[in-house]
Design a protein around this ligand. Structure first.
Ligand code: AKB
Length: 316
């Protein structure tokens, strides 16, 4: 039994691998990514570009893969600058994973979706699982297609595909740079380093967010959930709290009174404006018991505690 993870060294993968090794043991976890960073890993690694269908099939057979966490994706901000690559990785890559899983008898495929599937025609607040999905980014378009493909593979081939719609994710272990919600991680890092921060979103842009330990637990819970109770494939909305850059700045100032933010919105403002400010998580709570341990204040304190005294990414 092997659990294969794609996009293993990204923001989610890095922390998911630690949890999977704890749950399953290192011999049952296979980390794949387009590049394997130098390091001593307690699990096996393989290079994998998910646009390469043959290599996916080869690795599934070689390692007798039973579950796949398909995390490889080009996020919203980078996707607008690399549209072809976003299309290939997010859409062709997901289609490749689903086809290989179906043909080679993989038991479960877990794929995170995102608030990127929504657009400005979606209700702004308390968005339900089933709603208008007319995104305005390449990332969103490919992720809507991934949601629909996942439902299609569940219905047509009885492939067990599951997932959640992630909000913006906040973590201290990696430095994300390809998303629109990443300002939050950066703002905290700058505050801890004693520097001012230039924010690319307007101060009042409220977005749904979540701390990484809760995001990892959610993905693991949906993986282990009773399949009979899952009414959706990837359409489970989850979030822990919603906040704006100004709210984060204010909270950070309770820890660092001299901290200042300068607001200079760029193209990412348009992306953020097309996303909702809060999600209805009722279906996730009812179907697989979604819950979170961290609220806004405890997330900020925990981030600060883990980042204090550490080298910042620009010093490395
Ligand atoms: C992004 O900002 O692109 C991601 C996401 C919301 O999926 N964090």
């Amino acid at each position: 039994m092997t659990i294969m993870v794609t996009g293993s060294f990204g923001q989610v993968g890095t922390e998911l691998l630690e949890s999977l090794v704890q749950i399953q043991g290192h011999s049952e976890v296979l980390a794949t990514d387009i590049r394997i960073p130098d390091g001593d890993y307690e699990f096996e690694t393989e290079v994998l570009d998910v646009t390469d269908q043959e290599r996916i099939r080869y690795l599934i057979k070689k390692h007798s893969v039973t579950s796949i966490f398909h995390l490889a994706a080009i996020l919203s901000a980078l996707g607008e600058r690399m549209q072809d690559r976003a299309f290939d990785v997010n859409l062709t890559g997901t289609f490749n994973i689903l086809k290989a899983a179906r043909d080679l008898g993989v038991e479960k495929v877990i794929i995170p979706s995102t608030i990127g599937v929504f657009g400005s025609e979606t209700p702004r607040e308390n968005v339900p699982a089933v709603t208008v999905e007319r995104p305005e980014t390449m990332y969103g378009i490919t992720k809507v297609a991934a949601e629909l493909l996942s439902s299609y593979f569940r219905r047509s081939f009885s492939l067990d595909v599951r997932g959640v719609r992630y909000p913006g994710l906040i973590s201290y272990k990696t430095v994300p740079s390809a998303g629109t919600t990443d300002y939050a991680v950066d703002m905290i890092r700058y505050a801890v380093a004693g520097k001012g921060y230039v924010c690319y979103l307007k101060p009042d842009t409220v977005l749904p967010m979540m701390y990484m330990p809760d995001a990892i637990n959610a993905l693991l819970n949906v993986w282990l959930a009773d399949g009979e109770k899952l009414r959706y494939a990837l359409e489970y909305n989850i979030q822990a709290f919603s906040f704006s850059p100004a709210m984060l700045e204010k909270e950070l100032r309770t820890h660092f009174p001299d901290f200042r933010v300068d607001y200079r919105p760029d193209y990412r403002q348009g992306i953020a404006d097309s996303w909702p400010s809060s999600l209805d998580v009722t279906d996730a709570v009812r179907d697989w018991g979604f819950s979170c341990d961290y609220d806004f204040k405890t997330m900020v304190s925990d981030m600060i505690e883990h980042l204090e005294g550490k080298q910042t990414h620009w010093e490395k």
